[in-house]
Design a protein around this ligand. Structure first.
Ligand code: NAP
Length: 259
């Protein structure tokens, strides 16, 4: 690709609210030319400022080709804290190519004395935990559509899932009910939902952030247990916990970014 501008080209790996906010704020900065990359999992997407690309890169080798071809001078990985594969690939590619790289990762949720969390290390462990409970439960499963089938295979439980779009499961299992709603959700909304659907237990990833935190507050109020899945182990990358930290990282690197 020919260089058409002296603006430094930044790649944001997105799929999160934070990635959109970052793209919108960096697009105001005349020093940067921002490309936001999304996996293309959801069909409906919020528009962001700057350029966009959709779809996987095709592994580390192809990602490196993309970074080279598009003269990317810095990568900000603002993917979801559970998007482990993309984060590992981006870290590896940037290390190999000596491209400045930072992970924007929202702080995880912390358990308080009033929370009843069953902490598990992985989705598989959450499934094993539920499998071992013989009494049929009504479960609010909030881990996303990718993993839904693994839960519904435990057929003696009933599941409620909340999605932005219809899950790619046809036909829907009989023990699954799907609600279509996009966050952020209020405490009032979450209490009503848990109450109306007679939920016994919630399954959640420790995603952090404000958009979906109300379910934790509602569970606390209703004294419901949460099977809380810990975050995957990620590479030893530099981490920023806020947009402000990314902005300050970029301004520290500003003069040395190559393009
Ligand atoms: P993942 O397991 O890390 O990624 C699987 C593959 O999808 C990656 O290897 C990559 O394909 C492609 N990919 C992921 N993020 C991409 C991006 N931003 N741009 C281009 N390609 C991307 O991720 P996931 O858990 O399936 O999540 C997919 C996307 O949904 C992520 O972008 C994430 O931010 C968002 N998201 C995930 C969750 C969650 O709970 N996991 C929740 C909310 C949003 P190639 O190897 O072909 O490059």
């Amino acid at each position: 690709m020919n260089k058409t501008t002296s603006r430094k080209r930044i790649l944001i790996l997105g799929g999160t609210t934070e990635a959109n906010e970052l793209a919108n704020s960096l697009a105001q900065d005349p020093h940067f030319d921002v490309i936001t990359s999304r996996a293309g999992v959801t069909k409906t997407r919020k528009a962001v400022s700057g350029k966009e690309r959709i779809g996987g890169f095709g592994g580390v080798k192809r990602l490196k080709e993309y970074l080279r071809e598009h003269q990317i001078v810095a990568v900000i990985d603002a993917t979801h804290p559970f998007a482990q594969a993309m984060t590992v690939n981006a870290f590896t590619a940037c290390q190999d190519m000596v491209i400045p790289h930072i992970v924007l990762s929202r702080p995880k949720w912390l358990q308080t004395g009033e929370d009843n969390w069953i902490k598990v290390q992985s989705l598989e462990s959450a499934i094993d935990y539920l499998q071992a409970i013989k009494k049929p439960l009504r479960i609010f499963v909030t881990t996303g559509q990718k993993e839904l089938n693994n839960f519904t295979r435990i057929s003696h439980h009933h599941y409620l899932a909340r999605m932005i779009e219809a899950p790619d499961i046809n036909p829907l299992p009989l023990n699954l009910e799907v609600l279509f709603e996009r966050g952020p959700f209020s405490l009032e909304n979450e209490i009503k939902l848990l109450h109306n659907h007679k939920i016994d237990i919630i399954v959640s990833k420790n995603s952090g952030g404000n958009a979906t935190v109300a379910k934790l507050h509602a569970a606390r109020k209703l004294d419901l247990p949460i099977v809380m899945i810990s975050r995957p182990i990620l590479p030893a990358a530099q981490i920023a916990e806020s947009l402000a930290e990314v902005h300050s990282w970029l301004s520290d690197h500003g003069k040395t970014l190559q393009n």
